[in-house]
Design a protein around this ligand. Structure first.
Ligand code: MLT
Length: 408
């Protein structure tokens, strides 16, 4: 019999969103007539914008002609898309990265899950708590997390984010090799301002740590003085990798496209003290294990970054922003404490009467047929909270809130 990667044996039973889906499906089987409204997983509801659909059709037609047909593409992504991203996301904000430092992929989740492979098995990882579970699970799968007790791994450095610190992680007291940060944050919906992010970059530079910065929700930032990219902070290109996604900003949750910025200046040490380029290692890794995001998808993604797409994209984002505002207002009207939701599609709700978050989840499902994500699924410090997404339609969001108000 084959022996397994023992690290899998220590994982919690299900991936968070699979457990939520399992409970919802059990409910649906019992109540086939009830319409369930999901404010759970962050999946979008607005269709793709016309500019993207046109680009998709055109690219599909190109595949039908010998002259324009494309087979394997560059593993790192086509130049046309990397240039479009650079010109749209980074240069206008004064960020001087180069197109060669952008790697196109099938989404930020895969990139974030895979990137930990570049670090040693004894690397110390720091995570905020609560946290997007992919950061923690992928390190646990690699055998880097130690053993799990009472919901925490003993080799991971946890940085609690609670109402007491306004959900802003404090700098670690133990030096980590790798620090995961997410802003706007999944799940709390809060955002790191320029001075907090500067403190993190300075810390990483001083301690020779690497920051893995998840910027998947940057498009939701409404205040232009807040940083959208970690590279807006001087010196970040020596210590940080940034992950971005088209899932939530352009409706690519099903089509799949994201990108990672791995600056050429970024290095880490081998056990015998030599400096290696993480950019070169990531390129080596991607070329070996990945054949690249489909050409058709990259053409669709290119359309997202053209000026003429701006208004159409803004209209879809406005729907989600409005939903978040409606949720925040409704929760506050109900006398509940809610956070986030301004520069983020996520609202982080304190459960009424400090109800355990999975009990709150079950109660909402049973009494209102509304799905949220229980805070405890994001970590120990998420207990007593639930996350609501703004990605459903305005009609469903309003209907869910009416049901919720009656149920509580
Ligand atoms: C979430 O709900 O946290 C996200 O949709 C998950 C993801 O993007 O993988």
């Amino acid at each position: 019999m084959a022996s397994i990667n023992n690290a899998y044996a220590g994982l919690s039973g299900n991936y968070l969103f699979s457990e939520v889906a399992r409970r919802v499906s059990a409910y649906r089987q019992k109540h086939p007539e009830t319409e369930v409204i999901s404010l759970g997983i962050g999946d979008v509801s607005q269709p793709m914008i016309p500019a993207v659909i046109r680009a998709l059709h055109k690219a599909v037609d190109e595949m039908a002609c010998a002259e324009t047909f494309r087979g394997y593409g560059p593993e790192q992504g086509y130049g046309f898309l990397r240039e479009a991203i650079l010109n749209h996301d980074f240069l206008p904000r004064g960020v001087n990265i180069r197109a060669e430092e952008i790697f196109i992929s099938d989404g930020a989740k895969s990139d974030i899950g895979n990137f930990q492979e570049l670090f040693g098995e004894d690397a110390v990882i720091a995570l905020t708590d609560p946290v997007y579970p992919v950061y923690e699970d992928s390190n646990a799968m690699a055998g880097r997390a130690g053993t799990r007790e009472n919901g925490r791994w003993n080799r991971i450095v946890y940085l609690p984010c609670t109402a007491a610190n306004a959900f802003q992680p404090d700098l670690p007291s133990v030096r980590p090799d790798v620090i995961y940060l997410c802003s706007p944050n999944n799940p709390t919906g809060t955002v790191l301002d320029r001075s907090s992010l500067t403190a993190w970059v300075n810390y990483a530079r001083e301690k020779e740590s690497v920051i893995l910065f998840d910027a998947a929700y940057e498009a939701f930032i409404q205040d232009d003085s807040l940083p959208r990219s970690i590279y807006e902070i001087p010196g970040a290109d020596e210590v940080a990798v940034e992950f971005r996604s088209l899932s939530k900003t352009a409706g690519f949750t099903g089509l799949r496209c994201g990108y990672a910025v791995v600056p050429e200046k970024l290095t880490a040490r081998t056990k015998d003290g030599r400096l290696l380029s993480l950019h070169d290692m990531w390129l080596r890794r991607q070329c070996t294990k990945y054949n690249g995001c489909p050409y058709i998808v990259q053409r669709a993604a290119e359309a997202v970054f053209q000026p003429e797409a701006g208004e159409e994209l803004a209209a879809a984002l406005a729907v989600y922003r409005d939903n978040a505002r409606i949720m925040l207002d409704a929760f506050r009207r109900m006398g509940l404490s809610a956070f986030g939701g301004v520069h983020s599609p996520y609202v982080w709700l304190q459960t009424p009467k400090a109800m355990p978050s999975w009990d709150f989840f079950d109660l909402l499902l049973e009494r209102a047929a509304v799905v949220c994500t229980p805070g405890a699924g994001f970590g120990v410090s998420g207990e007593g909270y639930a996350r609501f997404t703004a990605f459903n339609s305005p009609e469903n969001t309003k209907k869910a809130l009416e049901r919720l108000e009656k149920a509580l």
